[in-house]
Design a protein around this ligand. Sequence first.
Ligand code: IPM
Ligand code: MN
Length: 353
Amino acid sequence: MKLNIALLAGDGIGPEVIDQAVKVSNAVAQKFNHEIVWTSALTGAAAIDAVGEPYPDATHDICMAADAVLFGAIGHPRYDNDPKATVRPEQGLLKMRKKLGLFANVRPTFTFPSLIDNSPLKRERIEGTDLIILRELTGGIYFGERGRKDDGNTAFDTCTYTRVEVQRLAKLGFEMAMARGKRLCCVDKANVLETSRLWRETVQDMEKDFPEVTVSYEFVDAVAMRLVQWPNSYDVLITENLFGDILTDEASVISGSMGLMPSASIGVHTSLFEPIHGSYPQAAGKDIANPLATVLSAAMMFEDAFGLKEEAELIRAVVNKSLAEGIVTEDLSGKNKAYKTSEVGDWLAKNIK
Ligand code: IPM
Ligand code: MN
């Protein structure tokens, strides 16, 4: 099979972790006789430096023409400390999500048997955790009207949702639940927010179309609590953009390191696969960042974008093997030897072959 993949390394540790995912993907392609055509494109601070824009048209064209996008990370401290900056790397990511129509962000949280004791939570609370947070990605407060009033002394951001936006996300959530544990949790703040009441009402209306799915409705503050108490009690959670942003970061560390969890963004045009973690600027260029979240994002890409399940399973098996054998970066090595980002990638590629 010929796989056309757009490669957007981005900022910070993005290029380093992407390199490892490319090594692993190429090894898989070689083993299963696929041909991968990688097309690199600029995004984030790197794109601002080069062409003054964080998601240039040329990059969008490459993404549109590709079968999948593999993405590293976006963000640079230069902009974080300058609230007045008008062009920001993150705008590139938001523009890309919007222009590619990526309305659903699939963020799984699962545990690795060999890492159970690396988790900040106790073993008995996390064993068996296997949940998916389905985050709405192109609406809500991220894309609402915002601005300043009163000579700049008052600021506002607005959260807007339409029934159609909720329906298309919830439909995916119901379908995912059907394919898994048949439990769906709608996360909202319906005791306060009108948009949340629209979410709840819309999902309630859809329950009759999926009679086998057990649906619960929980407030986001309660979910934030239950996620660290009994994460293994959840199956599929659906939620709006900002709640999903916060809850998925919280959930991602349950596995033992924030460098482990992959994600997929799907919707109208080309799907995008990226690690949940950010650009980790303190580690950039040091060859120390954990590449596994990006490698596992490549596994999701093989399975979800190309239907290549066996290939994806092989990547996951080799990742599990590396963890079991202690071929890990410093975030996981404890008192044992820490391997470099590139060494982990080399080891994974070698073991795939
Ligand atoms: C994420 C990130 C982005 C978001 C930022 C970089 C704009 O935190 O993908 O979760 O808030 O969506
Ligand atoms: Mn985030």
